[in-house]
Write a protein that binds this ligand. Structure first.
Ligand code: BGC
Ligand code: IFM
Length: 811
């Protein structure tokens, strides 16, 4: 069952019923100001950091779902309704929500009145614009009252859970004309505030939530709206809000349009010590003056669209397959931008106050983003590397506003260092910019301790070399990619639950998955060394990689698949010797894609075992058999019921590893089958089972052991976005950036047909036509670049060359 449809021409998903199985959201903002917006106008906004600079309030786990947002109420006689249906839920005569690329549109109609909202964050300004157009489609004159509503936050959002007695006394507002200023915390920091304004005279306002709603009402029945009269309340503490009242009279056929601006402002430093009570209005005026008219909005909207058209044109596919075209050209790349911006901080499932930016997560997000805006990827790499410690380990997370490592969580996740190599290698291969490797980058944000980025990478690499266990495999530390495989928690802290243990390594527990990563990214590190003519270091790295391959061959192969790990007692995990958890996806995907034991046919065997034991119609599960009871020696993984999350869920993030591994052994049909199973466009038809947004990936789909097999959770912020884009763009369609140029070596289903790719790479635009006359799954029979036949698969890069016309014949 569907709740809407894809409109590919407009790059939109059109939701036709407000009652989606879960809120279906979109993200507004590309740079520093962001809003989450649901299909019923729920959500919130923040500047840079959802914890420290959140403008509007949100309540998690609310019931009914998603009832705080930025709402417009329309009072038409006795009927009160919202264009996005919530929060009054007055049945609408018509409803539509169009989530587009960086904007959302809503259309609601009731009793002959149509209201349309266009919401977006303009490029380079710290505000959300909402254009509200109300039309009288009836044959009678209409007298309407329109009320806006947002609930302020702009204090440390963490305090809303932990220390709200404070927040209840700090709220301060000011109203001048049609602009409502939220000044809370201005007193303390004296330099930032928020505004909500509209480009017309108003007939009243409210800034006190209790006065607007009534102490015992929710936003579904605000007293003020039901009475049709604002109270001009001035909040003093408690819960400040911003609501404008505008009364309008519309003749039949007449429309009125309003521009609302919800903005974040900072005073210039030299103004910060002015009067405590009155905010300086200059920064707000400068912002609001830019968006006074519909023409201003249209101009800003055109700029946004142009920006996105430019970005999305950097990788463009034309094939016979609409679903793949749509994911590659629109939604997958868009989700890569969102995950790049948000890491795992702010979604409808991540509070925005807990996780900040993840070291591992953000490095992986780069893989799907670097082709879009390489300069931003560069800045991010430096930020991430600045949170690394001198020994090569790293803070697991950092706060986006301060860019400082989060000491509550600390370090000790032993896969983290290698992801820095992965992200940097992707950036250098994409751009050819070797200068980044010579940038001076601090450790733990301490400028007195700084080395080149290349030295950071060496320390990443050597961290693994220097932290090996009894089988010469990498020690797992607190966990590797699988946060829930906490193999040292019990042996080191007997009796404590996994949540209470601190950074901990343990001398025994080892990860075969990190070994796979080391082989893959160790080779990429060696290639970076070669780019800098560090031949000895490259040889050293390759020798270490070779040792690791041997260690995996000796102790990491279980007969038909790769072992997952060794626990703190030296017992195997992910082996046929185990009662539960005999086979895991991560080590099999990564060791296979790294090519470990390729000559001996190990990847093929491992992938066959994965298919046989882990595959389901909704994707490949993370492990089998699921853990049915809690295993003290494993930690959080077995705390989940069978089929959920890391305990045998379908973790969408590592399905592409399997698909990529399939391409390395040339099985295009199978690679694509794996791709399809979790691909949003392919599962749109089962939205009632899948439940999350059909245009983006979710972190997890319930596995075969779960009662709700096929149900997705935790949409949007997942490494799945980057990895599926890497998979489809670089491995299945086969356009892989190397240091010496783009390589083209597709691995596709036999019946995929011919296709073309347009790719911007460094200064050039590549127009690539792939034909497959013999319907093979892999193999390049001929590569012709600008009429000249080239050996191999790499299109030689020529500095400064603007256009490459490339023909590829598979066979
Ligand atoms: C996992 C969760 C886990 C959390 C904290 C996340 O990465 O997906 O299942 O609860 O880490 O360990
Ligand atoms: O690898 C992690 C990631 O960092 C956060 N989400 C879950 C994944 C698996 O545990």
């Amino acid at each position: 069952m569907k709740y809407g449809y894809f409109d590919d021409n407009n790059k939109e998903y059109v939701i036709t019923s407000p009652k989606t199985p879960l809120p279906w959201i979109n993200y507004l903002g590309c740079n520093e100001f962001f809003s989450l917006i649901s299909n019923t106008c729920g959500g919130y906004s923040f500047y840079k950091d959802a914890k420290l600079l959140r403008l509007t309030r949100y309540r998690y786990n609310d019931s009914p779902l998603d009832t705080n947002g930025k709402y417009f109420y329309i009072k038409d006689g006795d009927t009160v309704w919202n264009p996005g249906w919530q929060p009054t839920k007055t049945p609408l005569d018509a409803y539509e929500c169009r989530h587009g690329i960086g904007y959302s549109r809503f259309m609601g109609a009731k009793n002959g009145v149509t209201a349309k909202i266009l919401a977006f964050v303009p490029m380079n300004d710290t505000c959300e614009l909402q254009q509200l157009v109300i039309t009288n489609d009836s044959s009678e004159e209409k007298q309407l009252s329109v009320f806006s509503y947002v609930e302020w936050c702009l204090w440390n959002a963490d305090d809303d859970m932990k220390n709200f007695q404070r927040n209840l006394s700090i709220g301060e507002v000011e109203v001048i004309g049609s602009t409502i200023y939220h000044k809370t915390e201005y007193r303390e920091r004296r330099n930032h505030f928020a505004v909500y304004s509209v480009n017309t005279d108003i007939d009243g306002f409210d800034t006190s939530r209790d006065d607007f709603l009534g102490a015992y009402n929710g936003p579904d029945k605000p007293d003020v709206v039901l009475n049709g009269q604002a109270t001009n309340s001035i909040a003093s503490g408690w819960s400040p809000i911003a609501s404008h009242q505008i009364n309008i009279k519309l003749a039949p056929g007449e429309s009125r349009s309003f521009v609302f601006v919800l903005g974040y402002c900072e005073n210039p430093q030299d103004l910060k010590f002015e009067s405590l009570n009155v905010v300086n209005k200059a920064p707000a005026k400068a912002l609001l003056d830019k968006y006074r008219t519909d023409a201003d909005v249209e101009k800003a909207f055109a700029e946004l669209n142009e920006y996105w058209d430019g970005l999305l044109s950097r990788y463009h596919l034309e094939s016979n397959n609409d679903k793949v075209n749509r994911m590659v050209n629109i939604w997958n790349q868009y989700q890569c931008m969102v995950t790049f911006n948000m890491s795992r901080s702010a979604s409808y499932y991540e509070s925005g106050i807990g996780r900040g930016m993840g070291f591992r997560d953000s490095c992986q997000d780069l893989l799907g983003f670097v082709h879009l805006i390489p300069e931003r990827a560069r800045e991010r790499i430096i930020d991430i590397a600045s949170t690394q410690f001198e020994d090569g380990s790293a803070y697991h997370q950092y706060q986006p506003l301060t860019k400082k490592g989060n000491s509550d969580i600390g370090s000790g996740f032993n896969d983290d260092p290698l992801w820095l190599i992965a992200g940097t290698s992707a950036y250098v291969r994409e751009t050819g910019d070797l200068s980044i490797l010579n940038e001076s980058v601090p450790y733990d944000n301490d400028e007195s301790k700084a080395t080149t980025l290349m030295e950071h990478l060496k320390r990443s690499f050597d961290y693994i070399v220097n932290h090996k266990g009894p089988h010469n495999l990498p020690l797992i530390g607190r966990a590797d990619w699988n946060d829930c495989l906490n193999l040292n928690c019990f042996s080191e802290h007997p009796g404590e639950s996994f949540q209470t243990f601190g950074p901990s390594e343990g001398p025994v527990a080892e990860s075969v998955f990190i070994a796979g990563m080391f082989v893959k990214y160790g080779e990429e590190y060696a290639q970076l060394c070669e780019q800098l003519n560090m031949t000895d270091e490259a040889a050293y790295a390759r020798a270490q990689v070779e040792d690791m391959v041997n260690a995996v061959m000796i102790s990491g192969w279980d007969g038909s698949w790769f072992v997952r790990a060794y626990d703190a007692y030296g017992n195997k995990i992910g082996s046929r010797e185990c009662e539960e958890g005999q086979i895991y996806i991560e080590s099999n995907g990564f060791c296979s894609l790294a090519g470990i034991g390729m000559a001996e046919g190990l990847p093929r065997k491992a992938l066959d075992s994965v298919k046989e034991r882990l595959d389901t119609k909704y994707g490949v599960m993370i492990l089998q058999p699921a853990y049915t009871k809690y295993h003290l020696e494993l930690g959080e993984i077995s705390s989940y019921p069978p089929g959920y999350k890391e305990n045998a869920g379908i973790f969408c993030h590592n399905n592409p590893w399997v698909s990529i591994a399939e391409t390395t052994i040339g099985r295009g049909d199978r690679a694509f089958e794996v791709y399809k199973k979790t691909c949003p466009a392919y599962i749109e038809d089962i939205s009632e089972i899948h439940r999350t947004e059909p245009y983006v990936y979710s972190q997890m789909v319930a596995g075969a052991d779960a009662p709700r097999h096929g149900e997705a959770k935790n949409s949007w912020l997942t490494g799945t976005a980057a990895w599926t884009f890497v998979n489809i763009s670089q491995y299945i369609l086969g356009l892989y950036p190397t240091h010496s140029g783009l390589s083209i070596d597709p691995c596709i289903p036999k019946d995929f047909g011919d296709f073309t790719l347009t790719r911007k790479f460094r200064e050039g635009t590549y127009n690539i036509k792939v034909t497959n006359p013999s319907h093979v799954e892999k193999g390049v029979r001929a590569l012709v670049v600008d009429g000249v036949t080239v050996d191999g698969t790499v299109i030689p890069y020529e500095a400064g060359k603007k256009t490459y016309n490339v023909e590829v014949v598979m066979g």
